[in-house]
Each structure stands twice: as structure tokens, then as C-alpha cells.
Write a protein that binds this ligand. Structure first.
Ligand SMILES: NC(=O)c1ccc[n+]([C@@H]2O[C@H](COP(=O)([O-])OP(=O)(O)OC[C@H]3O[C@@H](n4cnc5c(N)ncnc54)[C@H](O)[C@@H]3O)[C@@H](O)[C@H]2O)c1
Length: 366
């Protein structure tokens, strides 16, 4: 029988895993875990915002299927994504006599997924784990592709691994407790997927902004499924970011990261930076003769429909330029730009003249 919740299957060098998406799917987690061949015990890792109610919901669903589930909860926020938290979790796992055949389940946003995934990759040289993303950013982005990491004081995600989960299970209903701003910034990453590979998805976003901003169950589940499938497809083809495909997911990120970094990660949410970054990239592409004004205008209109920023004021330009220069995707001193060649078709370019970048940046960022 076909599984209506199956959004995609990710293929990787060590096998494959399903991405399942549904409205209310968390209640079936016990069955899903059993089907994957795990009988427990399970170690749920979550944060202080998400454990109640979603971690508890997962725990209850597992117990209903006769699977014993322990839980570890850490303080919500990026500041917890570090080696100290990992050490605490290792100790907790040892105290509970966790074994290599047992299962870790990460229930939360990207911070939980990255930290719990990092612990899973390293504890006993690797234990299986499942991602249960509860933020929009973690659903359409962080939970898929096997990048797991913790931060160092010197920078984000400096220690980590490629370590693939056994499954990604996304319950779109869990997004109802996100604030409006969090929802908007999450939609930015999904809109990005449309721009880079799926013109029809852009049409859906344009025609249904109100329903999607209100998280209408059927439509939002469908759109998130589609968006997760896009990321799944890209990472399946380019698991370790070596073939020039996975980098296309960085559309809008060169300027976006620089905005976040130059404001010390305190002012822009990630998706908001990406939104301004996509506008900048569209204008750069227009100056490069790749796309026309109409597609630039579509960016502006669509992102505005989702309450996303299309420019940024009161930015320290020196700090911004320094952050751009440090962009990790830069190659031999020149930024590697992800640009659109047309709607639904992204490419990379290393030959964007500095003057074009400066002109676009001074138009949008001041
Ligand atoms: N591994 C990857 O490929 C990848 C990709 C992108 C981002 N990331 C990482 O993901 C992190 C950002 O992810 P994020 O934005 O989800 O951050 P996050 O995990 O900090 O979540 C943001 C906030 O939302 C709360 N939250 C999560 N789900 C909720 C819900 N359903 N209802 C109410 N509140 C909820 C969290 O407790 C937190 O306070 C960063 O650390 C980033 O480096 C990783």
C-alpha cells in the first residue's frame, strides 16, 4: 500500500531513509519506530520550549506502542548548541546504559536536531537517530541531509559530521505554536526552494499566501512536503557538497549570512536575512544579464506577501563587508554567488564584478 505521508526518500552512501510528513503524524510515531525495526529503549532529546507538548506527545506515542522512552531537556536557544551540552547528554546516556542498537530521537528545531544528531554521531561511535523537526526551519532545511554540529566560541557549526538519520518525521500541526515572525522566516527557506528548482512551487506561494500564513492544514502540509522533497532530492545527489548542487541551497545566503553576522545574530532571523539576500541575488542576476526586471519584481512582491524584509537599514557597512569577505563559500578570495538563470533554475557564478555587488548592496543595505 502506498504511504501518503512519504514525501521523499533520501539516498546516501550508507543507504537511504524516508521523510514522512503529515498533519498529526506524531501520534503514529510508535508504529513508525516499530516499522523501522526499533523496539526501544528510546532517548528523546528536546529543548525547554518543545518538550512540552511535542516531546511528551512523542513519548506518549512510543509508550502506547510498548516502547520505553527517556527524555533529556536542555535550555532552548543557540547558546546550548555546544560541546558542554553534548557532554551532559553523553553522561546521561551512559547513566541509562544506552547501547549502540538503541535509538535517539531529536524533537525540536534546528538546534535540537544539530546537537542531538552530533551526539548520535559520536556516542559509542554512532547510534541511530531520528529527526522530528518542529520548527519550519528545521522541517524544510536542517533535519534533512545529515549535517550535524555544535558551535565553538569562535564560530557556528565548527565541529560536526555528516551523519544521516534513520528517518525524518515532520508533523506540520506542530508549527501552530510558532509565532507569526517565526513562521514567516521559515517560509523564506521554502520559497527559496521554489526559486532555485521549482517554478510551480513559486506559483503556489504567490497564489496562497494567506492560507499558508494561516497554516491551513491540507495546503501547508502539501507545500512543506514538496519543499522537503526538494531538499531531499538535492542532498541525495550531492551528499557531501562536493558536486556543486547542494550549494544551490545557499541562494540568498551570502548576503543573508553577512547581515546576520554583522548584527551579531541579534536582529535578523535566519530566513529574514535570506529574504534580503534573495532580493540582492536577484538584482545581481539582473545586472549580470541573467534575468529580467519582472523576476526581480516577483521576488519583491512574493517576499513582501510573507511579511519578509526586502532591504535592511542601520547596518554597519564595514562589518557587513567584512562578513561578506569571510563567507565560507568564497573561492580564492571571490564570493561564489548562487544566482538564478531563470525562475526555477539556479546556477553558481564566481565572476560577479565587485562593482555590481557594491551597487546592489548600497541600494538595499544602508
Ligand atoms: N544541519 C543543517 O543542515 C542545518 C541547516 C540550517 C540550519 N541549521 C541550524 O539550525 C539552527 C536553527 O534552527 P531553528 O531556527 O529551528 O532554531 P531553534 O532550534 O533554536 O528553534 C527556534 C526557537 O523555536 C522554538 N521552537 C521550535 N519548535 C517550536 C514549535 N513548534 N513551537 C514553538 N516554538 C518552537 C525553539 O525552542 C527555539 O526557541 C541553527 O543552529 C542552525 O545552525 C542546521
Amino acid at each position: 500500500m502506498s504511504d501518503a505521508t512519504l514525501a521523499a526518500t533520501v539516498n546516501h552512501s550508507g543507504g537511504s531513509y524516508p521523510i514522512k510528513v503529515g498533519w498529526g503524524i506524531l501520534d503514529n510515531l510508535g508504529d513508525i519506530v516499530t516499522e523501522l525495526g526499533f523496539s526501544g529503549p528510546v532517548y528523546i532529546i528536546s529543548d525547554s520550549n518543545v518538550m512540552n507538548p511535542y516531546g511528551r506527545q512523542v513519548q506518549w506515542a512510543l509508550q502506547k506502542s510498548g516502547i520505553k522512552a527517556h527524555s533529556f531537556v536542555f535550555p532552548a536557544g543557540e547558546q546550548s548548541k555546544n560541546q558542554n551540552s553534548a557532554n551532559e547528554i553523553y553522561k546521561w546516556l551512559v547513566d541509562r546504559k544506552a547501547e549502540r542498537r538503541h535509538l535517539i530521537i531529536a524533537v525540536g528545531g534546528g538546534v535540537v536536531g544539530d546537537l542531538a544528531g552530533y551526539v548520535a554521531a559520536t556516542f559509542l561511535r554512532g547510534v541511530p537517530f531520528i529527526q522530528v523537526p518542529t520548527s519550519m526551519a528545521s522541517m524544510v532545511d536542517a533535519s534533512i541531509g545529515g549535517k550535524v554540529a555544535v558551535n565553538l566560541p569562535q564560530g557556528k557549526n565548527l565541529i560536526g559530521a555528516f551523519y544521516q538519520p534513520k528517518a525524518v518525521i515532520a508533523d506540520v500541526a506542530s508549527l501552530r505554536s510558532l509565532g507569526k515572525r517565526e513562521l514567516s522566516e521559515g517560509w523564506a527557506e521554502a520559497i527559496k526552494h521554489g526559486f532555485i528548482v521549482d517554478q510551480q512551487l513559486v506559483d503556489v506561494f504567490e497564489d496562497n499566501s494567506q492560507a499558508l500564513m494561516e497554516l491551513e492544514p491540507e495546503l501547508s502540509t502539501d507545500v512543506i512536503k514538496r519543499s522537503m522533497a526538494i531538499k531531499a532530492n538535492i542532498v541525495s545527489q550531492d551528499e557531501r557538497e562536493t558536486l556543486g548542487l547542494r550549494i544551490l541551497l545557499n541562494y540568498g545566503h551570502t548576503v543573508g549570512h553577512a547581515l546576520e553576522a554583522s548584527t551579531e545574530y541579534g536582529r535578523f532571523m535566519h530566513g529574514e536575512g535570506v529574504s534580503v539576500g534573495m532580493v540582492a541575488a536577484s538584482k545581481i542576476a539582473q545586472h549580470m544579464g541573467l534575468i529580467d526586471e519582472e523576476l526581480v519584481q516577483r521576488h519583491l512582491k512574493l517576499l513582501t506577501q510573507y511579511n519578509l524584509p526586502i532591504n535592511a537599514e542601520n547596518i554597519n557597512i564595514e562589518a557587513f563587508n567584512n562578513a561578506m569577505a569571510l563567507d565560507k563559500k568564497s573561492l580564492s578570495g571571490r564570493n561564489q554567488w548562487v544566482l538564478l538563470d531563470s525562475i526555477g533554475k539556479a546556477i553558481t557564478r564566481h565572476d560577479v564584478p565587485v562593482e555590481i555587488v557594491q551597487n546592489v548592496v548600497s541600494e538595499l543595505i544602508n
